[in-house]
Design a protein around this ligand. Structure first.
Ligand SMILES: Cc1cc2nc3c(=O)[nH]c(=O)nc-3n(C[C@H](O)[C@H](O)[C@H](O)COP(=O)(O)O)c2cc1C
Length: 358
């Protein structure tokens, strides 16, 4: 379970590069600015958030803690932040919406049997969802060597090694066997419920015409989630895409993929008013500040809140969100920056690339 959460694809080069891409940025603070009261808030896809952060969609979340998506949703709601629920979530979008006052977002893996996907979109709309993230980076599953070495399967299969590890983690396994069985709650009517059976039903023949197909069934905000290039972003915007969740799937799909943070500035230059959310390697409020200074509207993250969930359920997620907010606030104060909106529009004042030639 740990290797599934933590691991990346192939050589895990992208996983490492995602962190390094943030660490190459240094800050140039401004001097003598009153930062006693600063405004961290921002607008993300039409709603105000107390700071510029979005909880990224992660599949099979109940494997990390029996309260899974419902705990993440409640913590995100208490923090006032958007939470995108995965197509392969282990709680249904309706149940998630019921524990939130804010509307959750939905992430879409399009199914070959379109009826399954359109039914999911209709249920999400009825539950109040208005923002959809369409994943474009998963034509086939990434090759995760840790999962292969471990014989990792969903639902978990038990070999001798796993049975040995159960002895070392009795509380985890007691929680797992005494809670409701893990299912793909958003795809209950799909044939089969193993990860292989579910992913084999996802559409691998995606094309630009898929956008029009989805828009026929989705009247709300539509974001592309993937490592979208600046040229592709312009094409997508011309087809009515409202914005981008730039990502390389946390290094879990194409290894040696460009870190998504590198795409923020060129896409912002090409599309000054599109929505840009970016993830991959965000581990500290300083990373959120770098993302905003480069032109993103919000930063997103997956593993950080999963660490909190695995360690402490809803309160663990809540603690991670509070730490990120405090770190982001402290970073802006030490930068001499009075608001997220100032950082978003004047970011170049504050950033220097380490070892840059010019
Ligand atoms: C355990 C795990 C499961 C994930 N499942 C999904 C998923 O179902 N759908 C999706 O679009 N992205 C999925 N992602 C990718 C995240 O949405 C996000 O892009 C990534 O976690 C960001 O990188 P970070 O973990 O370094 O913050 C998953 C990531 C992790 C770690």
């Amino acid at each position: 379970v740990w290797d599934y959460l933590e691991g990346g694809a192939d050589e895990e080069s992208t996983l490492t590069a995602n962190r390094a891409a943030f660490q190459q940025w240094t800050f140039q603070p401004r001097t003598l600015i009153d930062v006693e009261h600063i405004d961290l808030s921002t607008n993300i896809c039409g709603s105000t958030a107390p700071f510029p952060a979005v909880l990224a969609p992660t599949g099979y979340t109940r494997m990390f803690h029996p309260d899974g998506e419902l705990a993440v949703a409640a913590a995100a709601d208490a923090a006032g932040l958007p939470y995108a629920v995965s197509t392969v979530g282990t709680a249904s979008i309706t149940d998630v919406a019921n524990v939130m006052t804010l509307a959750p977002w939905l992430q879409l893996y399009l199914c070959r049997d379109r009826g399954l996907s359109w039914e999911l979109l209709a249920r999400a709309w009825d539950a109040g969802v208005r923002t959809l993230e369409f994943s474009t980076d998963t034509a086939v599953s990434g090759h995760r060597i840790r999962d292969r070495k471990r014989g990792f399967a969903i639902p978990p299969s038990l070999g001798i090694r796993e049975i040995g590890e159960i002895g070392l983690r009795p509380r985890y396994w007691t929680n797992m066997v005494t809670s409701a069985p893990l299912t793909f709650a958003n795809l209950q009517s799909a044939e089969g419920q193993s990860i292989q059976e579910i992913t084999s039903q996802f559409e691998s023949r995606l094309s630009w015409s898929t956008i029009a197909e989805i828009k026929e069934h989705w009247p709300g905000v539509l974001l592309l989630k993937g490592p979208v290039s600046p040229a592709d972003a312009v094409t997508a915007a011309n087809l009515g895409i409202n914005g981008f969740h730039l990502t390389n799937h946390g290094g879990r799909q194409l290894d040696r993929c460009i870190p998504a943070i590198e795409l923020v500035h060129p896409i912002r230059q090409a599309l000054p008013s599109t929505t840009i959310i970016v993830d991959g390697g965000i581990r500290h409020g300083m990373d959120i500040a770098v993302a905003i200074a480069l032109g993103a509207d919000a930063a997103s993250f997956g593993r950080p809140y999963l660490y909190g969930l695995a360690a402490g359920g809803q309160s663990g997620v809540g603690l991670i969100l509070r730490l990120l907010r405090e770190e982001y606030q402290r970073t802006l104060q030490l930068l001499g920056c009075q608001s997220t909106s100032y950082l978003r529009t004047n970011g170049s004042e504050f950033l220097c690339r380490l070892n840059a030639e010019s």
